[in-house]
Design a protein. Sequence first.
Lengths: 115, 115
Amino acid sequence: SQQGEEDPQALSIQEGENATMNCSYKTSINNLQWYRQNSGRGLVHLILIRSNEREKHSGRLRVTLDTSKKSSSLLITASRAADTASYFCATDATGIKAAGNKLTFGGGTRVLVKP
Amino acid sequence: GAGVSQTPSNKVTEKGKYVELRCDPISGHTALYWYRQSLGQGPEFLIYFQGTGAADDSGLPNDRFFAVRPEGSVSTLKIQRTERGDSAVYLCASSLISGSYNEQFFGPGTRLTVL
């Protein structure tokens, strides 16, 4: 079963606009990561935010984390057609022996950026 | 350098057949993960290796699924008596070591179709 849900499930915007998507999760976590996936194949790591961090930036990406609400958001600023993809949040849970850092993914947000 | 590679990229088989999916992790990565992704969903954890041993196989759906990593590098996911519900993209990931803050690098996946 999946850790949580992402909202919205799909998002369509014009090039140049900002895209915001949200992720909710259920259990305590060590960190939360965002991945991008094109055409249903390999996942590309975008950014990792630790449980003691509240905000992180990487280029045009901004991630926030609110552990009290068990939620995170990903903002893509000044979107480009090449940003069209599915975006997934993934959590690494705490307190589980031998968990390694297996990831639990949300259902994803499908983003379409129209030129 | 080379990333995670998976072979075959596509596999079509008939119900009841046996299949093997291969993953070549990034050289030197000790942790290896298998995930399964059904259409329109996020990846779901199957099994995690630390070196040669399966440290966590809690995600394997049933005893038809088995994975090995005999020399601590290449891993093979084996599915016996395949069923139509096994159709999915099987993703492999590796990380330098296990631990909460180590990025997992994903391969392109193997798309398995069971007819």
